[in-house]
Design a protein around this ligand. Structure first.
Ligand code: IPE
Ligand code: IPE
Ligand code: MG
Length: 253
Protein backbone atom coordinates (compact mmCIF):
# COMPACT_ATOMS: atom_id res chain seq x y z
CA UNK A 1 0.00 0.00 0.00
CA UNK A 2 1.34 3.38 -0.93
CA UNK A 3 0.74 6.02 1.73
CA UNK A 4 2.97 9.09 1.57
CA UNK A 5 6.53 8.05 1.06
CA UNK A 6 8.23 8.04 -2.31
CA UNK A 7 10.35 5.03 -1.42
CA UNK A 8 9.13 2.00 0.38
CA UNK A 9 11.37 -0.11 2.53
CA UNK A 10 10.34 -3.58 3.48
CA UNK A 11 11.72 -5.05 6.68
CA UNK A 12 13.96 -7.98 5.99
CA UNK A 13 13.64 -9.38 9.50
CA UNK A 14 10.85 -11.15 11.33
CA UNK A 15 7.60 -9.32 10.78
CA UNK A 16 5.91 -11.23 13.61
CA UNK A 17 7.94 -9.74 16.46
CA UNK A 18 7.07 -6.10 15.84
CA UNK A 19 6.73 -3.46 18.53
CA UNK A 20 3.08 -2.63 19.23
CA UNK A 21 3.82 0.97 20.12
CA UNK A 22 6.80 3.01 18.90
CA UNK A 23 7.54 6.55 20.07
CA UNK A 24 10.06 8.89 18.49
CA UNK A 25 11.82 11.96 19.88
CA UNK A 26 12.28 13.76 16.58
CA UNK A 27 15.47 15.66 17.39
CA UNK A 28 18.15 17.37 15.30
CA UNK A 29 16.23 19.64 12.94
CA UNK A 30 18.12 22.77 13.97
CA UNK A 31 21.56 21.21 13.61
CA UNK A 32 20.61 19.67 10.27
CA UNK A 33 19.78 23.13 8.91
CA UNK A 34 22.76 24.87 10.52
CA UNK A 35 25.15 22.32 8.99
CA UNK A 36 23.99 23.64 5.63
CA UNK A 37 24.34 27.27 6.67
CA UNK A 38 20.56 27.68 6.83
CA UNK A 39 18.14 28.89 9.49
CA UNK A 40 17.02 26.36 12.11
CA UNK A 41 13.44 26.67 10.90
CA UNK A 42 14.48 25.25 7.52
CA UNK A 43 15.24 22.03 9.42
CA UNK A 44 11.77 21.95 10.97
CA UNK A 45 10.20 22.24 7.53
CA UNK A 46 12.45 19.48 6.17
CA UNK A 47 11.46 17.30 9.14
CA UNK A 48 7.92 17.00 7.81
CA UNK A 49 9.07 14.53 5.12
CA UNK A 50 10.58 12.33 7.83
CA UNK A 51 7.24 12.42 9.66
CA UNK A 52 5.47 11.24 6.50
CA UNK A 53 8.00 8.46 5.96
CA UNK A 54 7.64 7.26 9.56
CA UNK A 55 3.85 7.21 9.43
CA UNK A 56 3.93 5.37 6.13
CA UNK A 57 6.41 2.82 7.48
CA UNK A 58 4.39 2.16 10.65
CA UNK A 59 1.17 1.90 8.66
CA UNK A 60 2.56 -0.54 6.12
CA UNK A 61 4.14 -2.76 8.75
CA UNK A 62 0.99 -2.92 10.85
CA UNK A 63 2.55 -1.29 13.90
CA UNK A 64 -0.63 -0.36 15.80
CA UNK A 65 0.61 2.83 17.50
CA UNK A 66 3.15 5.53 16.67
CA UNK A 67 3.76 8.51 18.97
CA UNK A 68 5.80 11.46 17.70
CA UNK A 69 7.23 14.14 20.01
CA UNK A 70 6.60 17.35 18.08
CA UNK A 71 6.82 20.05 20.76
CA UNK A 72 7.72 19.69 24.41
CA UNK A 73 6.34 21.69 27.32
CA UNK A 74 9.85 23.17 27.57
CA UNK A 75 10.11 24.19 23.90
CA UNK A 76 8.22 27.45 24.64
CA UNK A 77 11.55 28.68 26.02
CA UNK A 78 12.93 28.89 22.47
CA UNK A 79 13.15 32.20 20.58
CA UNK A 80 9.66 33.53 19.82
CA UNK A 81 10.31 33.45 16.08
CA UNK A 82 11.15 29.73 16.11
CA UNK A 83 8.10 28.90 18.26
CA UNK A 84 5.81 30.77 15.90
CA UNK A 85 7.24 29.00 12.83
CA UNK A 86 6.67 25.66 14.57
CA UNK A 87 3.04 26.57 15.33
CA UNK A 88 2.41 27.68 11.73
CA UNK A 89 4.00 24.50 10.45
CA UNK A 90 1.80 22.43 12.74
CA UNK A 91 -1.32 24.14 11.31
CA UNK A 92 -0.13 23.67 7.73
CA UNK A 93 0.66 20.00 8.18
CA UNK A 94 -2.63 19.40 9.94
CA UNK A 95 -4.46 20.96 7.00
CA UNK A 96 -2.54 19.12 4.33
CA UNK A 97 -2.32 15.64 5.88
CA UNK A 98 -5.57 14.89 7.72
CA UNK A 99 -7.53 13.76 4.65
CA UNK A 100 -4.71 11.43 3.61
CA UNK A 101 -4.51 9.98 7.11
CA UNK A 102 -8.24 9.39 7.13
CA UNK A 103 -8.16 7.75 3.72
CA UNK A 104 -5.49 5.39 5.00
CA UNK A 105 -7.54 4.41 8.06
CA UNK A 106 -5.18 6.24 10.47
CA UNK A 107 -6.56 7.62 13.73
CA UNK A 108 -4.98 10.91 14.77
CA UNK A 109 -4.68 12.10 18.34
CA UNK A 110 -2.88 15.20 19.58
CA UNK A 111 -1.73 14.79 23.15
CA UNK A 112 -0.53 17.54 25.46
CA UNK A 113 -1.72 20.67 27.21
CA UNK A 114 -3.68 22.24 24.36
CA UNK A 115 -4.89 25.14 26.50
CA UNK A 116 -1.74 27.04 25.49
CA UNK A 117 -2.56 26.84 21.76
CA UNK A 118 -4.62 29.37 19.90
CA UNK A 119 -8.32 28.41 19.77
CA UNK A 120 -8.41 28.05 15.97
CA UNK A 121 -5.62 25.47 16.14
CA UNK A 122 -7.40 23.59 18.94
CA UNK A 123 -10.57 23.53 16.85
CA UNK A 124 -8.70 22.10 13.86
CA UNK A 125 -7.14 19.47 16.09
CA UNK A 126 -10.51 18.44 17.54
CA UNK A 127 -12.07 18.24 14.06
CA UNK A 128 -9.24 16.03 12.82
CA UNK A 129 -9.51 13.80 15.87
CA UNK A 130 -13.27 13.44 15.45
CA UNK A 131 -12.99 12.71 11.73
CA UNK A 132 -10.46 9.93 12.29
CA UNK A 133 -11.76 8.62 15.65
CA UNK A 134 -12.99 5.27 14.31
CA UNK A 135 -9.96 4.46 12.15
CA UNK A 136 -8.23 1.26 13.09
CA UNK A 137 -5.07 0.65 11.03
CA UNK A 138 -2.71 2.88 13.03
CA UNK A 139 -3.11 5.24 15.96
CA UNK A 140 -0.87 8.25 15.35
CA UNK A 141 -0.30 10.31 18.48
CA UNK A 142 1.30 13.71 18.11
CA UNK A 143 2.72 14.90 21.43
CA UNK A 144 2.42 18.70 21.39
CA UNK A 145 3.05 20.86 24.43
CA UNK A 146 3.52 17.51 26.06
CA UNK A 147 5.66 16.65 29.06
CA UNK A 148 5.91 13.34 30.87
CA UNK A 149 5.63 15.10 34.23
CA UNK A 150 2.56 17.01 33.00
CA UNK A 151 0.95 13.67 32.09
CA UNK A 152 1.61 12.28 35.59
CA UNK A 153 0.30 15.42 37.31
CA UNK A 154 -2.85 15.48 35.14
CA UNK A 155 -3.45 11.80 35.85
CA UNK A 156 -3.17 12.47 39.58
CA UNK A 157 -5.70 15.29 39.30
CA UNK A 158 -8.15 13.09 37.40
CA UNK A 159 -7.89 10.41 40.08
CA UNK A 160 -8.47 13.01 42.82
CA UNK A 161 -11.58 14.25 40.98
CA UNK A 162 -12.92 10.70 40.87
CA UNK A 163 -12.27 10.30 44.59
CA UNK A 164 -14.07 13.62 45.25
CA UNK A 165 -17.03 12.44 43.19
CA UNK A 166 -17.12 9.15 45.09
CA UNK A 167 -16.54 6.96 42.00
CA UNK A 168 -13.07 5.87 43.19
CA UNK A 169 -11.54 4.88 46.53
CA UNK A 170 -7.96 5.63 47.44
CA UNK A 171 -7.46 1.88 47.86
CA UNK A 172 -8.53 1.37 44.20
CA UNK A 173 -5.47 3.24 42.93
CA UNK A 174 -2.95 0.83 41.49
CA UNK A 175 -0.46 0.89 38.64
CA UNK A 176 -3.26 -0.40 36.41
CA UNK A 177 -5.88 2.18 37.39
CA UNK A 178 -3.25 4.95 37.26
CA UNK A 179 -2.18 3.83 33.78
CA UNK A 180 -5.79 3.86 32.61
CA UNK A 181 -6.00 7.58 33.38
CA UNK A 182 -2.80 8.62 31.61
CA UNK A 183 -2.87 10.30 28.21
CA UNK A 184 -1.71 7.09 26.50
CA UNK A 185 -4.18 4.60 27.93
CA UNK A 186 -5.74 4.15 24.47
CA UNK A 187 -2.62 2.55 22.94
CA UNK A 188 -0.54 -0.56 23.78
CA UNK A 189 2.40 -0.38 26.18
CA UNK A 190 5.38 1.50 24.77
CA UNK A 191 7.72 -1.13 23.33
CA UNK A 192 10.30 1.01 21.57
CA UNK A 193 11.46 4.58 22.13
CA UNK A 194 13.66 6.03 19.38
CA UNK A 195 15.59 9.29 19.66
CA UNK A 196 17.30 10.82 16.66
CA UNK A 197 19.90 13.59 16.78
CA UNK A 198 22.55 11.90 18.93
CA UNK A 199 21.46 12.97 22.43
CA UNK A 200 20.91 10.15 24.88
CA UNK A 201 18.21 11.51 27.13
CA UNK A 202 14.43 11.38 27.55
CA UNK A 203 13.84 15.17 27.71
CA UNK A 204 10.64 14.76 29.76
CA UNK A 205 8.92 12.57 27.16
CA UNK A 206 6.98 9.44 28.14
CA UNK A 207 8.20 9.03 31.71
CA UNK A 208 5.51 6.69 33.03
CA UNK A 209 5.27 4.79 29.75
CA UNK A 210 8.98 4.08 29.15
CA UNK A 211 9.43 1.96 32.31
CA UNK A 212 10.20 -1.15 30.25
CA UNK A 213 10.59 0.24 26.75
CA UNK A 214 13.59 -0.60 24.65
CA UNK A 215 15.60 2.54 23.92
CA UNK A 216 17.22 3.22 20.56
CA UNK A 217 19.45 6.24 20.02
CA UNK A 218 20.74 7.21 16.60
CA UNK A 219 23.02 10.04 15.46
CA UNK A 220 20.84 10.49 12.37
CA UNK A 221 19.36 13.98 12.45
CA UNK A 222 15.57 13.97 12.18
CA UNK A 223 15.26 15.31 8.59
CA UNK A 224 17.52 12.43 7.45
CA UNK A 225 15.40 9.80 9.20
CA UNK A 226 13.62 7.61 6.68
CA UNK A 227 12.20 4.14 6.17
CA UNK A 228 15.69 2.56 6.15
CA UNK A 229 16.70 4.14 9.47
CA UNK A 230 13.31 3.24 10.96
CA UNK A 231 13.77 -0.35 9.84
CA UNK A 232 17.24 -0.47 11.49
CA UNK A 233 15.66 0.58 14.78
CA UNK A 234 13.03 -2.15 14.45
CA UNK A 235 15.69 -4.74 13.63
CA UNK A 236 17.64 -3.69 16.73
CA UNK A 237 14.46 -4.06 18.81
CA UNK A 238 13.89 -7.53 17.41
CA UNK A 239 17.35 -8.69 18.46
CA UNK A 240 16.89 -7.76 22.09
CA UNK A 241 15.82 -10.04 24.87
CA UNK A 242 13.18 -8.41 27.03
CA UNK A 243 13.31 -9.93 30.47
CA UNK A 244 11.00 -7.69 32.51
CA UNK A 245 12.90 -8.61 35.67
CA UNK A 246 13.15 -12.34 34.96
CA UNK A 247 16.31 -14.26 34.05
CA UNK A 248 17.22 -15.23 30.49
CA UNK A 249 16.25 -18.91 30.86
CA UNK A 250 12.74 -17.95 31.92
CA UNK A 251 12.02 -15.90 28.83
CA UNK A 252 13.61 -18.12 26.17
CA UNK A 253 11.07 -19.95 24.07
C1 IPE B 1 13.66 18.86 17.23
O1 IPE B 1 14.77 19.42 16.63
C2 IPE B 1 12.38 19.61 16.93
C3 IPE B 1 11.78 20.27 18.09
C4 IPE B 1 12.23 20.24 19.31
C5 IPE B 1 10.57 21.01 17.83
P1 IPE B 1 15.57 20.59 17.35
O2 IPE B 1 14.94 21.88 16.96
O3 IPE B 1 15.67 20.36 18.81
O4 IPE B 1 16.97 20.47 16.67
P2 IPE B 1 18.40 20.56 17.39
O5 IPE B 1 18.40 19.54 18.47
O6 IPE B 1 18.54 21.94 17.92
O7 IPE B 1 19.36 20.26 16.30
C1 IPE C 1 13.01 17.12 22.63
O1 IPE C 1 13.99 17.79 21.91
C2 IPE C 1 11.65 17.63 22.22
C3 IPE C 1 11.20 17.29 20.87
C4 IPE C 1 11.84 16.57 20.01
C5 IPE C 1 9.91 17.79 20.51
P1 IPE C 1 14.77 19.04 22.52
O2 IPE C 1 15.74 19.49 21.51
O3 IPE C 1 13.80 20.05 23.01
O4 IPE C 1 15.51 18.39 23.79
P2 IPE C 1 16.73 18.91 24.65
O5 IPE C 1 16.42 20.33 25.05
O6 IPE C 1 17.95 18.83 23.81
O7 IPE C 1 16.80 17.97 25.81
MG1 MG D 1 16.99 19.41 19.99
Amino acid sequence: MKLFAKEETVLNTDTANLPQHVAIIMDGNGRWAQQQGKLRTFGHKAGVDAVRASVSFARRHNIPALTLFAFSSENWKRPEEEVSVLMELFKLVLNSEVKKLHKNNVRLKVIGDLSAFDPSLVERIRKAENLTANNTALCLNIAANYGGRWDIVETTKRLQTQIDEGSLQLSDISETTFHQQTAFAHVPELDLLIRTGGEQRISNFLLWQCAYSELYFTDTLWPDFNEQTFSKAIESFQQRQRRFGKIAEQVQC
